[in-house]
Write a protein that binds this ligand. Structure first.
Ligand SMILES: Nc1ncnc2c1ncn2[C@@H]1O[C@H](COP(=O)(O)OP(=O)(O)O)[C@@H](O)[C@H]1O
Ligand SMILES: [Mg+2]
Length: 399
């Protein structure tokens, strides 16, 4: 009896195994087909975009030419300045350095990186033509205004980091273009000649920037960026104490090694190094991840002040909706490689359906407002960022 049973079991087991491998093979086939289709589609879109790329290139060449027209005037100005120096002054190291830098700059086209940053039909596919091919940006459009604080939100993997890396040429779109002010970054661009100017203007702080520290003193680490991008060495070191103050570190830390610092302090040094480049735009990818609440608060205040007092455009990717409500003027919502919504924090956070779709919890104050709404007191249509403003809205709603 048991013998028969056993053989039935064996038979069934065998059949099940067979079915399982069949299913596996099918799934694999399906996956291969899916990536192949994706790849085909990507290549098609790139091909369709080629005529646009030709136009972008022609436009860029013309712009550069136009911008070089006043170069002789600029060169003459530098020559006049130099000729007016006394023979002793001409021997001074700082003047010699300045002369060289000014001359180089006068001969180059000057772009205006300060205006709106525009993404036009930008797309990006990682690991193209491999089984890991992934379309992180799917032909999306967006304008990020100058002088404002823009928060970029969305699920993990929605393309936030990829999008912001287009702003300083770290990544280049495969269709369409990114305009930083009047400076275009387009797909068919082989080499970004002006990358130094661009990176000076658009400072990008990665997630965990502390891993990018590598000098033996904090001062050197902070001054590295500006010097590396062609800035004056003496000037760069002169600014270190002020930068340390800005990120709430004692000035006498300048001579210390960055490796003796805590994680949060390293983060401060790394951010000081980006602020040191003194560009018009600061792009921050989850800058407070892993910091304690006080550190997070300090950074939010710093970014807010940089915007309000120094007129810097701030673009910040964050998962912390309390921070978004606290400081953002504009919110950009990303989903599956596309910008699906933009608006004020009030518009975004009063849109419960949208928040559910992107699986993001509203800020604490909005959670409270939603609870009150369920109890019959609706203030979700009001504009509030602080507890005081919530209290005022409640009082007004009760009347
Ligand atoms: N170097 C890479 N190679 C392959 N896939 C990548 C690479 N970088 C990111 N991706 C994938 O692209 C998608 C979007 O990534 P990312 O822009 O980092 O999203 P987010 O910042 O919103 O989390 C993710 O699914 C990620 O796995
Ligand atoms: Mg990211």
């Amino acid at each position: 009896m048991s013998k028969v049973n056993n053989s039935v079991d064996k038979k069934e087991l065998k059949a099940r195994r067979k079915q399982h491998s069949k299913n596996l093979a099918l799934a694999q086939k399906e996956e291969i087909r899916r990536t192949k289709d994706l790849h085909k589609n990507t290549m098609k879109l790139i091909k369709e975009d080629l005529p646009n790329q030709k136009i972008f290139k022609a436009e860029f060449n013309k712009l550069k030419k136009d911008k070089l027209q006043d170069s002789p005037v600029r060169v003459k100005k530098v020559q006049d300045w130099w000729n007016n120096l006394t023979p002793e002054e001409k021997l001074e190291k700082t003047n010699i350095r300045q002369h060289k830098a000014k001359m180089e700059s006068a001969k180059k086209p000057h772009f205006n990186f300060e205006d709106d940053i525009k993404f036009e039909n930008v797309s990006l596919t990682y690991s193209k033509d491999t089984p890991f091919e992934f379309r992180a940006l799917d032909g999306t459009d967006l304008t990020i205004k100058k002088d404002r604080i823009t928060a970029v939100i969305g699920m993990t993997g929605s393309g936030k980091s990829t999008l912001i890396q287009l702003t300083n040429g770290l990544l280049v779109t495969e269709t369409g273009r990114t305009l930083v002010g009047d400076y275009p970054l387009f797909a068919s661009m082989k080499k970004i000649k002006e990358v130094k100017d661009l990176r000076r203007e658009v400072g990008l702080v990665f997630q965990f920037p502390e891993y990018q520290l590598f000098q033996d003193t904090i001062a050197k680490d902070i001054a590295f960026g500006p010097i590396n991008l062609g800035g004056d060495k003496v000037l760069a070191f002169k600014k270190v104490p002020e930068l340390l103050r800005m990120v709430d570190l004692p000035e006498d830390y300048a001579k210390r090694s960055p490796f003796d610092l805590s994680g949060g302090q390293k983060r401060r040094v790394a951010i000081a190094g980006i602020i040191a480049m003194d560009g018009g735009t600061l792009v921050l990818d989850e800058p407070t991840g892993g910091l304690d609440p006080q550190g997070e608060e300090d950074f939010m205040r710093l970014f807010y002040n940089l915007n309000k007092e120094k007129n810097k455009r701030i673009i910040i990717v964050t998962h912390n909706m309390d921070h978004v409500l606290q400081i953002a003027d504009d919110v950009v919502v990303m989903h599956k490689g596309k910008v699906i919504e933009t608006g004020s924090p009030f518009e975004i956070f009063s849109n419960q359906k949208l928040l559910e779709k992107i699986e993001i919890e509203p800020p604490k104050l909005y959670k409270l407002a939603y609870k009150l709404k369920a109890k019959g007191l609706d203030i979700t249509g009001e504009k509030f960022r602080t507890v005081e403003e919530v209290a005022a809205a409640i009082k007004a709603a009760k009347k």
